[in-house]
Design a protein around this ligand. Structure first.
Ligand code: NAD
Length: 252
């Protein structure tokens, strides 16, 4: 097994759901984490808990990933607590329900800016650190909706499919530098983002029935594969999209 990395990981959206679970899984493997999230208080609270439970340095910062002008300063502040950054998880995400026919430009651009545009810009900002870290790797959180359509949320689906293109392109660009780039595509996972949908009658049952496992996933079931992809155990995996959906896409 090559290049086991012990360097710090920046986790966007790290205050909640899948981002937070990824940070916990990484911390359990001894990786310091910097949580960059819109919500500074929840990010700081999550970081404190991670340090208390797992004994690794952690910091939580209030950062809007649509504002790349903040990334350099955020990296500097993070580095002062967690050291050189050898990994990234881009889990910050948003959804706007606007079917084509009811689209406006602001809604489309907002979803693209958070889910897609931020990802390569984050990698670009972290590049000097990633380049100098042995076993560096990044993971973007896509979705099963990067593979299938959803009439209600076309911008979300396009952003998640687009992320896979960015992953493959950056895998080619940075492979020679030893930096691996992958995506994880979750299915239905019990997080605050899914809560409004789960509140609609019958939706929970429909989501559960769509999986051969007969249930919705828990955030830790995504965090663990994310931590694996950032570890030396995944040293020959790059440019890939790992579907972690309880088998939803595998069956009709
Ligand atoms: P969540 O709402 O629990 O967490 C999302 C986090 O991102 C929040 O803490 C939020 O503050 C943060 N965030 C949102 N916009 C941001 C911005 N502009 N800058 C910085 N932080 C921002 O949701 P989640 O379900 O954990 O979602 C995490 C990722 O997983 C998203 O990319 C989402 O699209 C993806 N995903 C979720 C599911 C699911 O079923 N929950 C399925 C597939 C993919």
């Amino acid at each position: 097994m090559g290049n086991e990395s012990t360097s710090a990981v920046v986790v966007t959206g790290g205050a909640s759901g899948i981002g937070r679970a990824s940070a916990v899984a990484l911390a359990a493997r001894g990786r310091p984490v910097a949580l960059w999230d819109l919500d500074p208080d929840r990010a700081a609270g999550a970081a404190d808990e991670i340090t208390r439970v797992h004994g690794v340095p952690a910091v939580g910062l209030g950062i809007d990933v649509t504002d790349s002008s903040r990334f350099a300063e955020a990296l500097e502040r993070s580095r002062s607590v967690v050291g050189t950054v050898g990994g990234l998880v881009h889990a910050a995400g948003t959804v706007v329900a606007q079917p084509v026919g009811e689209l406006d430009e602001a809604g489309w651009d907002f979803v693209m800016a958070v889910n897609l545009r931020a990802f390569p810009l984050l990698v670009q900002a972290l590049l000097p650190d990633l380049m100098s870290s042995s076993g560096a790797a990044v993971v973007g959180i896509s979705s099963i909706e990067g593979w299938i359509g959803n009439a209600a949320i076309p911008a979300y689906c396009a952003s998640k499919a687009g992320l896979l293109g960015a992953v493959r392109s950056m895998a080619e660009r940075f492979g020679p530098d030893g930096i691996r780039v992958n995506a994880v595509c979750p299915g239905y996972v019990e997080t605050p983002m899914l809560a409004p949908a789960l509140g609609v009658p019958d939706v929970r049952g429909r989501f559960e029935a769509s999986s051969p496992l007969g249930r919705i996933g828990q955030p830790s079931e995504i965090g663990e594969p994310v931590a694996f992809l950032l570890s030396g155990a995944a040293s020959f995996i790059t440019g890939q999209a790992l579907i972690v959906d309880g088998g939803v896409l595998a069956v009709d």
